[in-house]
Design a protein around this ligand. Structure first.
Ligand code: PMP
Length: 399
């Protein structure tokens, strides 16, 4: 018999399943709000002009395709550190930050999780309730038990901060806490600056190990403003992990460009930790691919391209904001009595709309509008052509 004869079918990824159903839908007016991708006003994934310029220069230079160092391109890792910690960061100057290029934010989380398992084999990992669905799977596959801390409060459509804080203050020392640095996926509800300081205090007093996940830097208020959590931990004296991604902010999803950064107590520790993280990388994929990191580094390290990128990023951020405001206005205009103004306060690409699974189902069956059954929609999939249709459809299902 085949060695695969008894293999069971793995459960389908719920969001990929949604995409397949959307693709098979023949209605011309269909809209996919289930995705986690930024589309422009024409419904296309943009190729940023700054990226195009850097790619053109790179192609013309015809660089040889040797192996990268295990930790990736130094110019890339340095640029990542400046974005996350600020270019005048004392941690960087002191040699307290190590960064390895990774295969997207997912790859950064995976390398970080595998390294943490070697460092703290008995730890439990805590993720927000709810969280990006891959967080649990990633840390479980690294061998950790994964539990949740309270996060979303459906009644206020904000963060249950008292619950979150009480839970952190009750965790065993050495527990790993995965925190969304900004633009919480899936809820769109973020902590305030003051609340971040309280989270830092709780992590310090309980001896917790913070792991910040930064997948949307620049999508809420701006590059530096969105790094508030990283900056709050930076001045705390704590050691912590940061995974980061350029999938959205550079619109480079398929190039797999991310990074894992770790803050240590000092330069000597950094050298030892880096040597261990490199072992994780070496035994996994040896070294990262060249193209994406080279392009991002070229943009971030050129003053002109960097400015162009910041302008393009601001354009994406402002378009999402306009879609939030527009949706709220059009729902009101469509006669919806319920107050949807919370959509304007939520940050990043997503909104927990409060739509029930039955309402989401009706959006699909009656209107060809696809959303996640939890009521999560992607605002970046709305545009000037489909927003009116979506608002009328939501109005019809909530009435
Ligand atoms: N973390 C969060 C919170 C995300 O939403 C995502 C994906 N959108 C990632 C990590 C993974 O990013 P990447 O696509 O770069 O692997």
């Amino acid at each position: 018999a085949s060695i695969f004869a008894a293999v069971e079918m793995a459960p389908r990824d719920p969001i990929l399943g949604l995409n397949e159903a959307f693709a098979a839908d023949t209605r011309a007016e269909k809209v996919n709000l289930g995705v986690g991708v930024y589309y422009d006003d024409n419904g296309k994934i943009p190729l940023l002009a700054a990226v195009r310029a850097a790619e053109k220069a790179r192609l013309e230079a015809q660089p040889p395709r040797g192996y990268q160092p295990i930790e990736g391109l130094a110019a890339y890792n340095g640029a990542v550190q400046n974005l996350l910690f600020g270019k005048d960061s004392a941690l960087i100057a002191n040699g307290q930050v190590i960064t390895v290029e990774a295969l997207g934010g997912t790859g950064a989380l995976k390398v970080g999780a595998d390294y943490l398992k070697r460092l703290l084999p008995g730890a439990t990992v805590y993720i927000s309730d709810p969280s990006w669905e891959n967080h649990r799977a990633l840390f479980e596959s690294a061998g950790f038990p994964v539990e949740t801390y309270p996060y979303y409060d459906a009644a206020t459509r904000g963060v249950n901060f008292a619950g979150l804080k009480a839970r952190l203050e009750s965790l065993a020392p050495g527990s790993v806490v995965v925190l969304h640095a900004c633009c919480h996926n899936p809820t769109g509800a973020d902590l305030s600056d003051a609340q971040w300081n309280e989270v830092v205090d709780a992590c310090r007093s309980r001896g917790l190990v913070p792991f910040l996940d930064m997948a949307y830097q620049g999508f809420a208020d701006g590059i530096a403003a969105d790094a508030v959590a990283v900056r709050a931990f930076s001045t705390s004296g704590l050691q912590f992990f940061v995974s980061s991604s350029f999938s959205k902010s550079f619109s480079l999803y398929g190039e797999r460009v991310g990074a894992l950064s770790i803050v240590t107590a000092g330069k000597d520790e950094s050298a030892r930790v880096l040597s261990q993280v490199k072992r994780v990388v070496r035994t996994n994929y040896s070294n990262p691919p060249t193209h994406g990191g080279a392009v991002v580094a070229a943009v971030l390290n050129s003053p002109e391209l960097r400015q162009q990128w910041e302008d393009e990023l601001a354009g994406m951020r402002e378009r999402i904001r306009a879609m939030r405001t527009g949706l709220v206005e059009q729902l009101k205009a469509a006669g919806v009595a319920q107050d949807f103004s919370f959509v304007i306060k939520q940050r990043g690409m997503f909104s927990y709309t409060g739509l029930t699974a039955a309402q989401v189902e009706k959006l699909k069956s009656d209107f060809g509008i696809y959303a996640v059954s939890t009521g999560r929609i992607c605002l970046a999939a709305l545009n000037s052509k489909n927003i009116g249709y979506v608002a009328k459809a939501i109005a019809a299902v909530v009435k």
